[in-house]
Design a protein around this ligand. Structure first.
Ligand code: NAP
Length: 293
């Protein structure tokens, strides 16, 4: 027998909050919403959402409460008058923030009698609800398990651990990876563009290359964790020589060379620290905090 989907409250109806509420309505949840600018609720009301008059009424309407507002300051502001409603609620906060803010939030919500999970949405609003999209959660495992089925309406839910700061730490780590990758891709597209190539023709080749790069990450992860970087495939010094070709091709075509210069200087620092004959994984030694002796 199918159970009735539990009611959910969504606080904040910006682009992301609206996408979250829409996905929950699509899975048959009774959704109560609140937004500082109430007119933004109109399309959701058409889909069956209920608009609460106050944040307190919205929190009181559902055991599970999902805030998604600009930042933590906005979160605390909007909940300032609603703290009496928090006892017995589970708050799954999808507002972006820092690990430290997640720790403070867990303590703050607990002090008002609510359970707390911190979350990060690894997509833009059109991706919300797709099974292939990850949403990251951290905080007490039993709280996650209790709401896993509902959270699955928003995308594939991944619980990263009991430490509430983990979701935002993974979030920024993954965004850093995304920005570095996308900037490298755009630099490559600009390079091809100087020879009448297009991003559209470059991209399938780039994506195939990323498959090979995936293999490098998997191979090097063990080296990073072991702190040993055997240079038996490609050494740092070989890659320093190779990046000179990229710098030359970019400079002679009038392209910005900031990115390859940064990459080269990072590799050079690793080489200067004695890792010239080691694998690329040894670059972690100049990126990571110094190890305690
Ligand atoms: P947005 O469209 O700018 O919406 C911001 C929301 O915050 C609105 O509901 C706004 O209310 C509310 N808000 C701002 N200040 C407030 C205050 N002082 N009191 C009460 N409510 C306040 O932003 P968004 O794209 O939905 O992003 C929301 C959160 O999701 C952010 O933390 C963002 O980092 C995160 N996120 C977004 C994406 C994305 O692709 N958009 C992806 C991952 C994570 P009003 O409507 O009244 O202005």
């Amino acid at each position: 027998m199918m159970s009735v989907p539990p009611p959910v409250t969504v606080l904040g109806l910006g682009n992301m909050g609206t996408a979250l509420a829409t996905a929950l309505l699509g899975r048959g949840h009774r959704v109560t919403v609140w937004n500082r600018s109430p007119q933004k609720a109109a399309p959701l009301i058409e889909l069956g959402a209920r608009l609460a008059a106050t944040p307190g009424d919205a929190v009181a309407a559902s055991e599970l409460v999902i805030p998604c507002v600009l930042d933590y300051e906005a979160l605390y502001q909007l909940l300032a008058g609603a703290t009496d409603s928090l006892a017995g609620r589970t708050v799954v906060n999808l507002t972006s923030g820092s690990p430290e803010q997640a720790h403070e939030a867990l303590a703050w919500f607990r002090s008002h009698g609510a359970d707390y999970l911190d979350g990060a949405i690894m997509t833009t609003p059109p991706g919300v609800g797709l099974d292939e999209v990850m949403l990251l959660y951290s905080g007490p495992r039993e709280v996650f398990d209790g709401h896993r089925a509902t959270l699955a309406a928003l995308g594939d839910p991944l619980h990263l651990g009991a430490d509430p700061g983990l979701a935002s730490l993974y979030d920024v780590a993954l965004l850093g990876l995304m920005w570095a990758t996308m900037t490298g891709w755009l630099h490559g597209a600009a390079l091809l563009g100087t020879e009448k190539g297009t991003a559209t023709t470059f991209t399938p080749v780039a994506i195939r290359w990323l498959g090979t790069v995936n293999g490098f990450l998997t191979r090097y992860a063990g080296q990073v964790d072991a702190g040993r970087y055997p240079g038996d495939d490609a050494t740092v010094d070989v890659q320093i020589a190779a990046i000179d070709h990229l710098l030359h091709a970019a400079a002679t075509r009038g392209l910005d060379t900031t990115l390859p210069e940064l990459l080269k200087s990072t590799m050079e620092r690793a080489s200067a620290a004695g890792h010239g004959s080691d694998s690329f994984a040894s670059v972690i030694e100049v990126l990571a905090a110094p190890k305690a002796t």
